[in-house]
Design a protein around this ligand. Structure first.
Ligand SMILES: C[S@@+](CC[C@H](N)C(=O)[O-])C[C@H]1O[C@@H](n2cnc3c(N)ncnc32)[C@H](O)[C@@H]1O
Length: 237
């Protein structure tokens, strides 16, 4: 059996992603934002994410890949100053509209891409208490994305990743079955990249049921909720 000890997990993710279909671009997500209208309200997933996050009153949050504000809006309702960041104008518009309808103070919507230089885009190191990314790490370089979150947060980072093979497809492997023989679910890369960065993350799971009980069969979808103390606070300890 091939040794796992010598694996560079950041590189392994980059390689793995080369075999997958490209992640959706802004046009794709602008289009998808229409579907998010229906399921952008309260759900078990949102409630559990927020419970696991355990914010203290008034903590500020950057929500990266916030979509229509699935997590950002409920957090702002609780009185947290929130930056809802996304590269899709359609998603940002939806988040903005919902925040305005609810009259939320302290809710800021920002155009931001995982792949750009965040500092140049105005997101300064240690500028928020907590940085989160819910179901939004469809990136070519996961190591870079995790480091950006780590650098931006003062007290906590949390994100969710799929625990199964993502539905994005594997062009070079032909099928998800083909991928299962050689690759691992996304969150395993996330955990291992963090460990190689010297970060010891906590892992919990969020189970959700997808389907409407009618024509679509109900399916259990399990999300990995990965959280850690960012460098800013680790250094202060
Ligand atoms: C599956 S949705 C998740 C939305 C929301 N966080 C949630 O949990 O419902 C993924 C989000 O990530 C955003 N996204 C994807 N790639 C991105 C990128 N490169 N930079 C910034 N946002 C991105 C999409 O526009 C979309 O809003």
């Amino acid at each position: 059996m091939e040794s796992l000890l010598g694996i560079d997990w950041r590189w392994a993710w980059i390689e793995f992603n080369r075999l997958r279909n490209k992640p959706g671009d802004t046009d794709y997500w602008d289009d998808r934002s229409k579907d998010f209208k229906e399921h952008s309200g309260v759900s078990d997933y949102t409630d559990i994410f927020i419970r696991y996050l355990k914010l203290t009153p008034g903590q500020s949050v950057l929500d990266m890949g916030s979509g229509p504000g699935t997590i950002a809006i409920p957090l702002a309702k609780q009185g947290h100053p929130v930056i809802a960041a996304d590269f899709s104008a359609g998603m940002r518009q939806m988040a903005q509209q919902r925040a305005e309808e609810l009259g939320l103070a302290g809710f800021e919507v920002r155009a931001l891409d995982w792949n750009e230089d965040w500092v140049a885009a105005g997101i300064q190191p240690k500028s928020v208490d907590v940085a989160i990314a819910s179901r939004s790490t469809m990136v070519d370089d996961l190591g870079d994305a995790l480091m950006k979150l780590d650098k931006t947060a003062r007290h906590k980072v949390a994100l969710t990743m799929v625990t199964e093979y993502s539905p994005r497809g594997f062009k070079a492997l032909g099928s998800v079955q083909g991928a299962c023989k050689s690759y691992l679910p996304d969150y395993i890369y996330g955990i291992n990249i963090l460990l190689q960065l010297g970060i010891y993350p906590q892992l919990r799971y969020i189970d959700t049921i997808h389907g409407n009980g009618g024509e679509t069969e109900n399916k259990l979808v399990r999300w990995a909720f990965i959280s850690w103390t960012p460098q800013a606070e680790r250094q202060g300890q």
